[in-house]
Write a protein that binds this ligand. Structure first.
Ligand SMILES: [Zn+2]
Length: 261
């Protein structure tokens, strides 16, 4: 079971057709698709067994009611980016509480946000509100909430690593520029707590490779390139087959409650 846990819906012509043709070629079974609700409803109609729909919501603008509406419309999780305040602000707690209660995992954008000068709200993008350390407070307060942090927190990798180590309900994808600019040894230095016979373990005994999920976050024609980056990382670190399977899909399946046969 291979799951790409980070793909953005595109309104471009034949997007879904091209996406799943590429998924077939790369042997990707399912994708977490991020978008507006109506876009995702049409994607579910196109390929219900392959889409894990994540509705993009605005923290500080939407009310927590949106979580229930999303759930009732068939959404399986939420995506948050560009919040009105820091992710760990307690004004966001009703949203997190609802998401935990309704078993809706949240994919949080982490770290620096791409600057697109034509975005209507470009001046309202505070990368600093999306630091990985904020996930720590959320994860401790909502232990049932499943949290995926995007991009391993780029550029705040140490915060992401330690937040992951101490919270079994936090995972990360390695999409974005990280696998282009950082060496496998650098990633390994962040995912360090599996040395034999030492007392520094992860929360709930989780292995550091249990914290990583495969996600591409690129246009369809670049998915293979990111997949190759993940493969190269796993080859160079000699990651055992058991963890490769987890990273490529089994962990994401567990997060979203999908059975793997
Ligand atoms: Zn993204």
């Amino acid at each position: 079971m291979i799951i790409d846990s980070h793909i953005h819906y595109s309104p471009s012509k034949d997007f879904l057709k091209n996406l799943f043709a590429e998924c077939d070629r790369l042997k990707i079974d399912k994708v977490c698709l991020i978008g507006k609700r109506d876009e995702l409803v049409s994607a579910i109609a196109f390929a219900s067994d392959r889409v894990i729909p994540l509705e993009r919501i605005r923290l500080g603008y939407d009310s927590e009611q949106i979580v229930e509406e999303a759930k009732n419309s068939g959404m399986m999780g939420l995506k948050i980016i560009n919040p009105a305040y820091n992710y760990d602000d307690e004004r966001a707690f009703p949203m997190y509480e609802k998401a935990a209660e309704l078993e809706m995992p949240i994919l949080f954008h982490l770290g620096i946000v791409a600057r697109k000068d034509d975005a209507p709200d470009i001046r309202d993008h505070h990368s600093n509100r999306m630091r990985p350390i904020y996930l720590d407070y959320i994860a401790r307060n909502f232990p049932k909430l499943k949290i995926i942090g995007a991009h391993l927190g780029n550029p705040w990798y140490e915060e992401a690593s330690m937040t992951g180590r101490w919270n079994s309900n936090v995972w990360y994808d390695l999409s974005g520029s990280t696998l282009k600019k950082k060496s496998p040894q650098f990633i390994r230095s962040l995912l360090w707590w599996d040395k034999p016979n030492h007392p520094y373990q992860g929360h709930d005994g989780k292995h550091p490779y249990d914290k990583i999920v495969f996600g591409t976050d690129v246009a369809v024609e670049w998915m293979e390139d990111v997949m190759n980056d993940y493969k190269r990382l796993m080859d160079e670190l000699e990651i055992p087959e058991e963890y490769r399977r987890k990273i490529f899909g089994h962990t994401a399946a567990e997060i979203f409650g999908i059975s793997v046969n």
